[in-house]
Design a protein around this ligand. Sequence first.
Ligand code: KG4
Ligand code: ZN
Length: 358
Amino acid sequence: MIVLGIESSCDETAASLVRDGHEVLSNVISSQISKHAQFGGVVPELAAREHLKNVSPVVNAAFAEAGVKLNEIGAVAVTSRPGLVPALLVGNAYAKGLAAALGVPIVGMNHFLGHIYGSFIEHPEVLADAKSFPILALVVSGGHTALVLIPADGKATILGSTLDDAAGEALDKAAKVLGLGYPGGPIIDRLSKEGNPDAFAFPRSLTGRAGKAVKPEHRFDFSFSGVKTSLLYAIKDTPDAVEKRLNDLAASFQEAVIDVLAMKAADAARAHKVKLICLCGGVACNSRLREKIAKTCEKCRIGFLPAPPKYCTDNAAMIGGLAWHFLKNGAATPEEFGINARLDVNLGTLPFAPLASV
Ligand code: KG4
Ligand code: ZN
């Protein structure tokens, strides 16, 4: 079955046609970054207005690129949560209208689960093999930072998540403080390659490194507000640092964020005897993070499945692909489903796990 995926939860309008969950026939993304860059972050109403302009052309382009006709699709899937409410409304209203006109089912998809699925689009064989499980997903994006445990029955649990900023948000805010553009993650990634990651000593919060014991309930949680404050102090205490040691500041900041992600992932992997770590979400594009988690997996002698960069940042292939698994499991979304700004901590059963019954 071919599913049309539509994504409009933040600042990317995206549409994709995916056959049977894994064969991506088209993957069209229209980014609004240039519209939001002047504000240093995404402005929800502006995002909604841009989605409204872009959604039809993007969907049409997805059909054209795939060489598929409207009447050939079996379902429409749309990101219904979590995300920016005005932005979600546009994609959901469009998707519901299109599904009604075509007389096909519509499914509301969880964007966070979509990111996890980004690691598996090109790897159905991993999902088919119960021996790949339990899997640990490290989800790192502009909106989320979490460790998710996925057993073979698909009953996923969030082991820990950020108590304040998401990793991508921290990188974007650091870039803003350093006078770099938006989004800051890719710029910091680039500058860090020329800098010394040990030049500035930034804290590794909630790891016990500073001699402060971590409360057991925060063992797998993250906090990135302290490292952000430390960056502000470093700039204040070393007046010409931004001018003369920009690469060192970027590299040291990035290393502090990545170190914590790698340490917590390793700890969770050992504690839950996972067989494989999947790395997903926009920040998973980061070259140093990919390198470091790869090393972590090597040390723990477990598999590593980083999402390909095109399925790390927001896209609709992860939505259309994931939806197919829900449809296959007979988990239809009620027609009257709405949108939700927040992530439900109860992730439910992930239908792509080999022993899942939704
Ligand atoms: O998944 P995504 O496209 O959107 C959300 O769901 O949030 O993630 C966007 C985030 C931004 O914070 C951006 O700075 C970060 O991903 N990002 C990166 C890199 N590429 C994108 N962060 C670090 N290094 C990168 N190469
Ligand atoms: Zn996202």
